[in-house]
Design a protein around this ligand. Structure first.
Ligand code: ZN
Length: 176
């Protein structure tokens, strides 16, 4: 057990905050495990290939797992498991790569478990798998698509939301 609790910083009182953050922590680990198993197993459904190819900006007919993807997901999972991770709730989502023990989740997301998991994974890929953001073309929306077109196949393997969305989609989690 490495989860180290949650606290609100300027986001006011949040009912059952620690329960909600702990749920997100456990679910993020479970979803990462599930997604890694799907990718390692190699027997993806058509819908699962469609997610891989959409999020990584690959040809719709592609049936190869992009190099390095499983490694980044595994590094994220290992980081979550190895660090005494604390969750701070404010009004935005944030993580500092030099601080492996703290992620900030927005109040709006911590209130919804599915969104909390997605943002939890997003922030953890920054600190454990060295991902970046690529402005609106790299961020996804609640429909599971990129907010704006233009992310390139070169950028996608280093884009945080690419991993967050792929993970929850392969794990079968609802987006809302
Ligand atoms: Zn980010």
């Amino acid at each position: 057990m490495t989860y180290d609790g949650a606290y609100s910083e300027g986001a006011g009182q949040i009912q059952n905050l620690d329960v909600k953050a702990h749920d997100a922590y456990r679910s993020a680990k479970a979803d990462l495990r599930a997604a890694i198993a799907v990718l390692q197993g190699g027997q993806l459904t058509q819908a699962q290939w469609a997610h891989v190819n959409y999020y990584f900006k690959l040809d719709p007919q592609n049936t190869n797992i992009p190099a390095g993807v499983i490694g980044k997901l595994q590094a994220t999972l290992d980081g979550i498991k190895a660090n005494q991770l604390k969750v701070r709730v404010m009004f935005f989502n944030f993580a500092k790569p030099t601080d492996k023990k703290l992620i900030t989740i927005a109040k709006a997301q911590i209130l919804n478990v599915n969104q909390a998991v997605r943002f939890f994974i997003h922030e953890c890929t920054h600190i454990y798998a060295d991902t970046d953001d690529h402005s609106e073309r790299g961020y996804g929306n609640n429909q599971g698509t990129y907010r704006q077109p233009g992310l390139t196949p070169e950028e996608a393997p280093n884009n945080a939301d690419t991993y967050a969305y792929l993970t929850v989609q392969l794990a079968g989690r609802a987006l809302l």
